[in-house]
Unconditional design. Sequence first.
Length: 735
Amino acid sequence: MSLHMAADELVVHGAREHNLKDITVRLPRNRLICITGLSGSGKSSLAFDTIYAEGQRRYVESLSAYARQFLQMMEKPDVDHIDGLSPAISIDQKTTSRNPRSTVGTVTEIYDYLRLLYARVGRPHCPICGKPIAGQSLDAIVDQVLKLAEGTRFTVNAPVVRDRKGEYKDVFEDLTREGFTRVKVDGEQYVLEEGVPELDKKFKHTIEVVVDRLVMRADLRLRLTQSIETAAALAEGLVAVDLVETGEQLLFSENFACPDHGVSLPELQPRIFSFNSPHGACPRCTGLGSQQEIDPDLLVPDPSLSIDDGALVPWSVGGSSGFYQAVIQAIADRYEIDTSRPWSELSEAEQSHFLNGTNGEKIYVEYRNTLGRRRKYMLAFDGIVASLQRRYRETDSSQQRERIEEYMSFRPCPVCKGARLKPEVLAVTVGDRSIHEFTELSVTRALGFLDELGLTPTEELIGHRIVKEIRERLTFLDDVGVGYLTLDRAAATLSGGEAQRLRLATQIGSQLVGVLYILDEPSIGLHQRDNARLIDTLERLRDLGNTVLVVEHDEEMMRRSDWLVDMGPGAGLHGGEVVAEGEARKVERVAKSITGQFLSGKRSIAVPERRDEDRGSFLVRGAAQHNLKEIDVEFPVGKFICVTGVSGSGKSTLVNEIVFKALANRLNRARVKPGAHAGVEGIDVFDKVIEIDQKPIGRTPRSNPATYIKLWDEIRSLYAGMPDAKVRGGRCETC
């Protein structure tokens, strides 16, 4: 083969991976190529298990032996040879990081640029009064220290190193030459003449010079002023005052402080805006934004039940001791509560007696213990919530903790209210918004906000390149159809299609040339309104000088691709062959291509001539989770229902978060927390609810089709009672 041909084509010789039947495929380079076909026809086997696997393997082999030990090496696919292969990047549907700290902003690296922007042009304010704050003078720092009580013992320190990696032997030598005798290293004081511990350069350390040790008295001002001046000169304006008795440290800065409340801010650096760093993370939730707590909604998953019928799941009649039943009866007797009434009909005060306790008031409890002895005493009940929370903290049993965790959910941190950062960090603004308020914006709204920042000429000079980088990355996200996502959206909550498009936008931003990109059905979850924008993005990636290979079923993607490969003709053993290849109009003329028949209009999915009779409906009232605006939705029973809408319109929120979870609690006796809604009516006609989502199944070596026989039985049972449907061999003969 000539070098010219190798440069123009990607040629796969003798591919036999999985069900591929020793096929040879010629694909044009630097084009948008779509591989399509029936499910199981061999599309992914060709694109991912053959072309991508070989491209990645060859690239890793080109690296040094030292570098290869850090990379996962893919096995050589069952193929004779592949010519014209470029380094390959796979953008599949696997969800991005499941780490609770990962957000849309962090995985796309937009948040890193935001941290830099706020550190360079951010305007600090007092977190208490909201007034803009500026640097403190040395006299102001001295005045604040002099407010300490008479006789208070304290030290004046200069933080010369703050949470930095290194050994710092030269720092200790310089301090000794300058005449300092004491240092505080990672919280411990040392005398320099006696030696200091050797520091591990792989870990972060904090080193403070003890400038002076003082006791507060009336005539201390002159010496204190000299000590603070020395400390500020050593630590670039920072002064730390350690109170000996309490161990508390007061931090002052010549840079930022509130004149009214004395709140000091450290120097504005990118790390203080990171919720993954102790410098910026909320100390209560350590930057997670939420904490796992007992959730009353999980204690009573089905409010339509009464207490007698088991509404209080942890203390329901079937699985609790006589003591708990005695406490329930004692509360009911004391406050005259009818335990046969549905939980939803009890007042908030009546519900609170069970959940949050009797507010210190003692109740009379009488019960028989396991030995049959009668016990009587007065008890100040603290509530089921506090009781379970205390048992969760104190127990050493992992089984006990797991049982209690069934009644826990992540709720916003009471200190930062989900913002993840310290109050003083959240008080720094750019364009009148804190960094958390910026991340609460959707990608589309964030683009509009950047156009209205209102920076001063000096701030514009400093931050215009940072803003340019942020705007470009936001534009890439908007172009691939995920402009509705907010930057603080947890990465673990993204669908496979959303995660794939985030990675696609990141790759466009990298501006690489000569790369083979392989995508797995990027149009999944995307409304047709945004589909053209996605294809425009792929064409832009192609126009940079890359080859884009897409495994796809979408008609618009097929027609706009430069080259179409139809795999088949069937699935499994009946597939693995190239049925047709070329431009879409050429594939249309291939008689044995099922895809071509649908593209040409010879075959189509007909609209049913007859619809099933009306069997009633069930109703969801007041759905208000996320962006749903307290809507009422009626679903017919015994019908094939499609919920559609543009991406981000609330489809998954309505179906998965509200309908499924609400029905699972009522029908399956599950303990899941549904999204905000007023209630669900008319579900008595159902016996069970089953969710079949997009999570991949069968990824373990032991997984096989037999694993899902039970699931198939459940699906097949759905056809029972439908006289026009016949299910044979896993296929409905009617449809």
